[in-house]
Unconditional design. Structure first.
Length: 223
């Protein structure tokens, strides 16, 4: 029986970005910029999306009771291994070994904290990452709105494949309009634009990726 997939606005935003990334319509740096995530986090999300689709982007903690405490048995086993078999390993590699090889259930952050507490790892100051942007974002909300459409089996077989039209404010990176339509056309964009006008007013400009639906094809109609 099909299960309805509930997604938050944040997860829906990630879904749209991952779909563009999978189709090579966006770079990992651009995706990280929009979602405010590191390149490493973007790679993990993309891998989860390719393996499980939209389901892979939904938080596994939803509907579960929070339990941040590490059991004493797991903690004891992890510390013993960190001091012997995996001594000298960094937190990330040590976590991978504890989970994959030793089958221990604990987060990478728990491993990092244990190692710092036991003096096995010294926290380092994060280096500032230089972000080289192709262009600067617009200064104010509404100066430029990026518009795009993604054709996909968004409902994973529970309905016909459709197109998700997305309006993104360039200055803030916020999703300002989302709508599922049968096909990507000039008129469907007009319908979504009407919703944007009612909600946010008139923008200074719209930007699309040179979609042919916005170009006049007939030579006669150009005169």
């Amino acid at each position: 029986m099909d299960r309805l997939l509930n997604m938050s606005a944040k997860e829906l935003s990630r879904l749209e970005v991952m779909h563009r990334l999978a189709e090579k319509r966006m770079s990992q740096k651009e995706a990280g910029k929009i979602l405010q995530l590191s390149t490493r986090q973007i790679k993990r999300l993309l891998q989860a999306y390719r393996q499980k689709g939209a389901t892979g982007l939904v938080s596994k903690q939803r509907g579960r009771k929070g339990n941040n405490r590490l059991s004493e048995n797991v903690k004891k086993q992890a510390l013993n291994l960190l001091k012997t078999k995996y001594r000298g390993f960094g937190p990330t590699l040590a976590h991978e070994k504890l989970v994959e090889k030793e089958k221990l259930k604990l987060s990478d952050e728990s491993v990092r904290k244990l190692m710092i507490e036991e003096g096995l790892w010294k926290a380092r100051k994060a280096k500032k990452v230089a972000v080289h942007q192709l262009r600067e974002r617009r200064a104010c909300f509404g100066e430029l709105v990026q518009i795009d459409g993604s054709a996909h089996d968004w409902f994973e077989g529970r309905a016909q494949a459709c197109v998700l039209l997305v309006f993104i404010d360039d200055a803030t990176g916020k999703l300002v309009q989302l709508r599922f339509v049968d096909s990507e056309s000039f008129f469907s964009y007009c319908q979504v634009a009407e919703g944007y006008f009612r909600q946010s007013g008139k923008p200074v400009a719209f930007y699309s990726d040179k979609n042919s639906i916005f170009w006049v094809q007939s030579a006669q109609s150009r005169h």
